[in-house]
Design a protein around this ligand. Structure first.
Ligand code: SF4
Length: 323
């Protein structure tokens, strides 16, 4: 069983839609993505020739990062640092140049500046009505994954300055917290269904959302350590600690709901997304018992037709909150 999101990425690779890439990095981000290293290596035609020395490809097309599943314990940080050092060496071989610490430090400060601007955008969604719609905010976060971070941060700063001085606001709506699986341009149709139904997403627990910027990289540390600590400190549902509901997962949800005046939470989870499906019952109960927030669960299949079938349930949920 593989989630339809990961399958469709592989399908795009098989059809040559990514043949402009020089390489692909596969992290061990969940059990499904973990298996994608094998499929990309064996099935997807590589557009570049291998650089073989004694039968070993010194510039592999697919690189793998073994991000630890267990993120606490004395050995985790040293282990992950070694993984990142190995990854850096592979990159250096592929690029034919060394990557000095100063370059990584510069990149860290660029990334942090971008995260600051995205956080500022989220702060502007605390007001009622929020300064911009949930769909617009998602588009901005998503664009930041596809373009150079320095350009993204500069454009976003100008946009937010204009928004602030014009005093614009999104349409009012029932204030929704959105949680769920990979949120790309197909799944993001859920934002529009929520807005059409009289809701407005004002905060989220998404990897293309709060988890992308809520945790800045610490400056003043050796740069690879800053990257390792930031990854291990991110409240990702695929990571294991010692409790059924990892405290960092719930703390992240509390932090990203506080002062957003959330009226309802929608979980939009893809079929076979075990990391999200496994934690849902615990989180649903905590939302209701500790935050007093009603929850709607939607299981998606990564198609726009499947999304449309959910429209009625979203409308009914929002109507129920309005009553
Ligand atoms: S949607 Fe879920 S199963 Fe699919 S790649 Fe993301 S975390 Fe893994």
């Amino acid at each position: 069983n593989a989630c339809t999101f990961a399958r469709s990425c592989l399908d795009a690779g098989l059809r040559g839609l990514y043949d402009y890439l020089d390489g692909v990095v596969v992290p061990n981000s969940c059990d499904i993505i973990f298996s994608m290293e094998y499929f990309w290596k064996t099935l997807v035609p590589r557009p570049t020739k291998p650089a073989l020395i004694a039968g070993v490809d010194i510039k592999p097309y697919v690189l793998y990062i073994n991000y630890p599943e267990k993120i606490i314990g004395r050995e985790v940080l040293p282990y992950y640092l070694e993984v990142l050092k190995g990854f850096k060496q592979e990159l250096e071989r592929s690029l034919n140049r060394s990557i000095p610490d100063a370059d990584i430090e510069r990149a860290i400060s660029v990334y942090n500046e971008d995260k600051d601007q995205i956080r500022r955008m989220y702060e502007m969604r605390r007001s009622d009505p929020p300064a911009l719609s949930g769909y617009d905010a998602w588009q901005i976060v998503y664009a930041g994954l596809l373009m150079p971070k320095d350009e993204h941060a500069a454009l976003l700063k100008d946009y937010l300055d204009d928004l602030q001085s014009d005093g614009q606001a999104a349409p009012e709506g029932v204030r929704i917290y959105l949680s769920g699986s990979a949120m790309d341009s197909v799944n993001a149709g859920i934002y529009q269904i929520i807005e059409d139904s009289g809701g407005q997403v004002v905060s989220d627990d998404l990897c293309v959302g709060t988890r992308a910027f809520w945790y800045p990289l610490k400056q003043g540390l050796p740069p690879l350590e800053a990257i390792a600590r930031r990854s291990l400190g991110t409240a990702c549902p695929r990571s294991t600690v010692t409790t059924a509901i990892p405290e960092n997962r719930w703390a992240h949800i509390v932090n990203t709901t506080q002062n957003f005046n959330i009226e309802g939470a929608i979980f939009y989870v893809l079929k076979c997304c075990d990391a999200r499906l496994a934690e849902f019952p615990h989180l649903r109960d905590k939302f209701k018992e500790e935050l007093g927030i009603p929850v709607l669960f939607l299981e998606g299949d990564y198609t726009s037709e499947g999304l449309e079938q959910m429209r009625g349930r979203v409308e009914a949920f929002i109507e129920m909150i309005e009553e």
